[in-house]
Each structure stands twice: as C-alpha cells, then as structure tokens.
Design a protein around this ligand. Structure first.
Ligand code: UDX
Ligand code: UDX
Length: 443
C-alpha cells in the first residue's frame, strides 16, 4: 500500500522504515528540513540499532523516501500515520498542537478519502477529535476513517520491538478500516488485537502507567531492602519467577526517564482528574520516581561528605543504554544537584554527549573515554548501565581514580565480584561493600 508518515522522530521514522521493509511504499514527512535532507541521504538523525541499514536498503529499493511536502506525499495515499510529538505541557497534560496542526494539514491537502492512523500517544477521545478536525478543514468534503494504533517501542530496541512485539493494537470505528490495518500489518506476523478507539488509546496509557508502577514498586522495595539487609536484585528474581508478576521491569535503580513514562503517567493523572477520578496510586508512582532519582546524591554525600571542589565522574548520561535520548534522563537532576553543591563534574557517555550538552549545567567536562573520565575522580556515579560500563574490569576504578568509591545507580556489578576488590561500593537496594583495606595486586 501507499503510506505516508507525518513526523519522522523516534517513533515515526522507525514506523515508516519498518513498513517499507515489509513491502509498503512509504513517504516520511517532517517539518525539519535538515532532518529530511539527512534521511534522504540514508543517514538516521537518531541512534537506533539496525535502523540506518534498513533505511539504506529501502531507499535503494525505492520503497522509501522523505519529504517536507505533505501535498506530494498524499498523492494516491491509502494510509496516513500520525507520529508527531505529543510532549507534556507544564500542567502535565499532553500538548496536542502538533497533532492538530497535522490534522489541519491533512484536511486541506487530501484530495480523496483515506485511513488516518494515530501512532502518537494521545489522551482518550483524541482520535474522534482528529477525525472531526480533518473533515471540518476539508474543502472537498472528503470522508476519512480514523484508527488508533499505539506504539509499544522501547528506545534502543525500537526496530527489534517493531518486528517482535507481543501484540499490535488496532482501535477502529468500523470493520472496514480495521480490516485495512490488519492487511497493512499482516507481514509483521504479530497477533493483532482489535478494539474500539477509546479502549485502544487507554491501552497505551494504562500499559505505560503499569510498567512505571512496576519500576516504582521495586524501587520502594529496594529502600526497605537496604534497611533490612536484603538484596533487591535477588528479591526481584524471586518475585519474577511467578508468571503473574513477570521478571521484566523489576530492575531497581535511580528510576525511569525517557520521553514516554514521565509524560504518559502525568497525562493519565490529568485525564483521570479531568474525569473526577483522583488517581492516587499513579501519583505515588510519580513521586517515588522523583525521589529515587536524587537518592544517589544522599549516598554520595554519605560516601565522601561535602562535595565542594570534589571531582565527581558521572558514568552514563542517556536515560537508558543504546540511545542518545536525554529526555527526562536521571542524569539531568543529578548533575544539577551536584553542581549546586560545588562538585567538579566530568561526564562520560558513549553516544549521548552531544544531546547531553543541551540539558546539563555549564562547566561540565565531557569525556568519550571511560578511563579519562575516571582518572583522578574522587567518586564515580553510575547513571546508565551502558555495556562499556558493565564490562569494565573493576581494577580500572582502583588504577585510575584518586579514591575507588562507586555509587552505582543501576546495580551494574554483582556483589560477589565487587567484594574481591579494595573498593567502597554503594548500590541500590543492596548491602554496601567496603573492602578498601583489602590488598589486591593491581597490574
Ligand atoms: C512521539 C510522541 O512524543 C510520543 O508520545 C508518541 O508515542 C510517538 O510520537 P517521538 O517520535 O519521540 O514520540 O517524538 P519526536 O522525537 O519529538 O518526533 C516528532 C517528529 O515530528 C520530529 O521529527 C518533528 O520534527 C516532527 N514534527 C513535529 C512534524 O513533522 N510536524 C509537526 O507539526 C511537529
Ligand atoms: C517505554 C515503554 O517500554 C514502551 O513500551 C513505550 O512505547 C515507550 O516507553 P522507553 O521509555 O523507550 O519505552 O524505554 P524503557 O526500556 O521502557 O525504559 C524506560 C525507563 O525505565 C528507563 O529510564 C529505564 O532506565 C527505566 N527502567 C526500565 C527501570 O528503571 N527499570 C526497569 O526494570 C526497566
């Protein structure tokens, strides 16, 4: 089918390239001229494993192209996907200005009816609004069908998740539209779950809110584990063996960031409030997450006392590994808190440094080499569990740091390994290890 995707960001670009990969003719539209020029040459503006090679392949076979012109992209189109950003407003509600802008553009540009698919995360009831806006703006009174097809892509594995998802949710107002979307997605060979528009929109918010709840729950358990001398990683493993609980999203750490969990949990609390329901549980999930992010500062002060003038290495800046995305990353509040307390910060990240510079305070020294970041540091805080950090031999902390003190926000190392080194090691929900008196030959 001929498909247009409006918005070539983390979600729209992966969606467009993947639809081309399964045989559709896809045009991705974006307002950002620089991005469009870059993608036309086969370069991805975002870091997503496997994306760029798939882009190049489909550009080569003529199944994919990029443009800033909606008119050109809509000629003879069968399906239009909406994947523009829906960031959160200061009051926590979703900012739908880009969705509305795209809907008006569809209304004024479309020559014949087609199916419009909302891929972006939007509050319940938005799809109906989009359809009305498009038909209101259409000069030649076209009729469109609207379908809600929320995404469940994790950044850093978005291409993998597109081809290996557990389900594709299709919310439609009639069988014909649902059948077309079933045909579009059939080559993914993933179970398709059909429902109505409002339920499909709610599935997205409820799924993200539940995953965020699991994370805040295990982070609360980690706080209790620290007090009673339990190991939260072992607790999570023991819990997760119960299929009703499931092993995923029970990793204690400094909390969740990213462009979705923070935005979608706030939006759902607002949506509930707008419908006279006080969503207390989800409000607690959000509060727990905020306090979790700055817990590392308390541990750092416990370890090294006053931070004034201390050289602090921040290891990992992106909100999670395998992405360059800094949106709501825990490193942002932590770096600001350290700076306010006079720390002298050196920051390492293998991919996200360029983006990090837009979010972190001035006066931070950035290092693309982990060893350079560690050199001379009096304490190291691990904020993102990059493979480069998880696989680093612990002897490097002793060899290069002024004092081998690690505050691990992502529990990168097993305690039975740490105990073999003269290191002072703090982590989340696990006993502290202080073996600095132990002598070990460090070559
Ligand atoms: C977005 C939403 O934020 C998320 O809630 C939803 O689940 C999926 O879509 P993301 O892809 O991360 O996620 O958004 P972003 O990275 O901001 O990309 C949006 C793209 O749309 C940008 O490339 C932007 O240039 C483009 N855009 C924005 C348009 O093409 N037209 C507009 O009017 C506005
Ligand atoms: C999430 C959802 O997983 C995805 O389905 C949705 O479409 C978009 O939002 P994403 O935010 O890209 O995806 O990444 P994810 O892997 O879910 O991690 C989100 C945050 O939670 C990260 O900051 C990560 O560090 C944190 N996290 C995740 C934990 O702290 N513990 C965990 O066990 C899992």
């Amino acid at each position: 089918m001929k498909i247009a995707v409006i918005g070539a960001g983390y979600v729209g670009l992966v969606t467009g390239v993947s639809l081309a990969e399964i045989g559709h003719r896809v045009t991705c539209i974006d307002v950002d001229h620089e991005k469009v020029a870059m993608m036309t040459k086969g370069y991805s503006p975002i870091y997503e494993p496997d994306l760029e090679v798939m882009m190049k392949r489909n550009l080569h076979y003529g199944r994919l192209d990029f443009t800033t012109s909606h008119q050109k992209a809509f000629e003879g189109v069968d399906v239009i996907y909406l994947a523009v950003g829906t960031p959160q407003l200061p009051d926590g509600t979703a900012d739908l200005q880009y969705i509305d802008q795209a809907a008006r553009t569809i209304g004024t540009s479309l020559q014949k009816g087609c199916i419009v698919v909302t891929k972006s995360t939007v509050p319940v009831g938005t799809n109906i609004r989009i359809k009305a806006l498009i038909e209101e703006k259409s000069m030649n009174k076209i009729k469109i069908d609207i379908v809600s097809n929320p995404e469940f892509l994790r950044e850093g594995s978005a291409v993998y998740d597109t081809f290996h998802g557990d389900r594709i949710v299709i919310g439609a107002e009639n069988q014909e539209a649902a059948a077309v979307l079933e045909r579009v997605n059939q080559p993914f060979n993933i179970p398709i779950y059909h429902t109505d528009l409002n339920s499909a929109e709610m599935i997205k918010y409820a799924s993200n809110a539940f995953l965020a709840t699991k994370i805040s729950f295990i982070n609360e358990i980690s706080a209790i584990c620290e007090k009673v001398g339990a190991n939260v990683d072992d607790v999570a493993l023991g819990m997760g063996k119960d299929r009703r609980i499931g092993e995923h999203f029970l990793k204690a750490g400094i909390g969740y960031g990213g462009s979705c969990f923070p935005k979608d949990t706030n939006a759902l609390v607002q949506l509930a409030g707008n419908n006279q329901h006080d969503f207390k549980l989800l409000q607690s999930v959000i509060e727990v997450n905020h306090s979790q992010q700055t817990k590392l500062i308390e541990k750092t002060r416990e370890a090294v006392g006053d931070l004034q003038g201390k050289r602090v290495a921040l290891l990992g800046l992106a909100f999670k590994p395998n992405t360059d995305d800094m949106r709501e990353a825990a490193s942002i509040p932590i770096a600001h808190a350290l700076k306010e307390q006079g720390a002298n910060i050196v920051a390492y990240d293998p991919i996200a440094i360029q983006n990090a510079k837009q979010h972190l305070p001035q006066g931070i020294c950035y290092e693309e080499s982990l060893i350079n970041a560690l050199t001379g540091a009096e304490v190291a805080l691990i904020l993102t569990e990059w493979k480069e950090i998880k696989t680093l031999d612990l002897s490097h902390y002793i060899k290069w740091m002024a004092s081998p003190i690690i505050i691990d926000g992502r529990n990168c190392y097993p305690l039975n390994v740490v105990e073999k080194y003269p290191i002072h090691y703090f982590s989340i929900g696990r006993p502290t290890v202080n073996r600095r008196s132990v002598s070990v030959s460090v070559n």
